[in-house]
Design a protein around this ligand. Structure first.
Ligand code: CO
Ligand code: CO
Length: 312
């Protein structure tokens, strides 16, 4: 469905936006769904991280989540306590977000999966799209990147969930306060960093906005040990697909094997990426810091062929 097909559909799925937006009276209703296979072993953490990631699409649009529905697939061989822990993790996160779980659906499946379909609301005039950035806008990123690489290191036994506790807490951290700072300052465009990595989501924003973009390698915040792991090829299987998808649009510049792997690293429950005019960037960084959110200016939108990315 495209916005033109219904007067009240403000954002459909033709621009890869984070959520659909439907006008209902003087409110805009935001609708989104996400589900995942486990990225961590602990079922409670899996539930929390998945819920934070699902809620993030509402925050990335400038919305407030109201209700959520559980989507759960579990092998019947798994003990009932495991399922209960996943759901408890999800419910705790939804409650922290000030929303409520109102239902859901469970099926029997060999591979566990969990996610949420979330409904939120927003002032129709304040919806933040992933398009609308202009050449000259600076790109501000909240959470550090590299969690796909570190989750792979855990799976390979190179790290433990305890050694990576801070990273797991970052994935479980809501983008709510970051979104509040974003709304306070006002930005041109925003999205959250997920499966296409920093490079993929920056490029998508540039494409939708009709401009080109630059990522400044030296400014990209990464978790400790990510570079070491990326150098020796510790990375999720999906990274190679993201890199080859991006290849035709990206001038990788100084980014060789290691940094391509980091810039294309699929993030679980990554931070917000916001495009702001230079005159607002300091205020945005201050507003984020005041809420305990980290912020890095990782690049900019530039004149050029829409959707092309240059790493400098
Ligand atoms: Co998203
Ligand atoms: Co999503």
């Amino acid at each position: 469905m495209h916005p033109g097909e219904s007067h009240d559909l403000l954002v459909g799925f033709d621009t890869s936006d984070d959520a659909a937006v439907y006008r209902l009276g003087d409110q805009a209703v935001l609708l989104t769904v996400d589900f995942f296979t486990p990225m961590v072993d602990d079922p409670y953490d899996f539930g929390r991280i998945t819920a934070a990631n699902s809620l993030s699409d509402i925050y990335a649009m400038g919305g407030r989540p109201l209700t959520a529905m559980n989507l759960l697939a579990m092998p019947c061989s798994l003990p009932a306590e495991v399922t209960a822990e996943v759901l408890r993790g999800g419910a705790d996160k939804v409650r922290e977000a000030g929303a409520i779980i109102v239902g859901g659906h469970t099926i029997d499946d060999k591979e566990p999966k969990y996610g949420l379909s979330v409904m939120g609301v927003c002032d129709p005039d304040k919806v933040v799209r992933n398009v609308g950035a202009k050449p000259g806008d600076l790109l501000v990123l909240t959470k550090r990147i590299g969690v796909g690489i570190l989750n792979t290191a855990i799976k390979q036994g190179l790290e433990t969930e305890e050694s990576q506790r801070e990273v797991i807490e970052s994935m479980a951290h809501l983008n709510r306060d970051a979104a509040e700072a974003m709304l306070e300052i006002g930005v041109c465009a925003a999205t959250d960093i997920t499966g296409f990595g920093l490079a993929g989501h920056v490029r998508e924003m540039a494409l939708g906005s009709g401009c080109a973009c630059e990522i400044e390698l030296a400014q990209v915040p990464v978790w400790p040990k990510v570079v070491e792991y990326a150098e020796v090829g510790v990375r999720p299987g999906r990274t190679a697909d993201v890199v080859s998808f991006l290849d035709p649009f990206v001038n990788w510049g100084p980014a060789g094997f290691t940094w391509k792997g980091i810039l294309a690293d699929p993030q679980t429950s990554g931070g917000l990426l916001m495009a702001v005019p230079p005159r607002k960037v300091d205020a945005l960084v201050v507003a984020l810091a005041a809420r305990g959110e980290s912020a890095a200016v990782v690049g900019r939108m530039v004149e050029g062929e829409a959707g092309t990315l240059r790493v400098v």
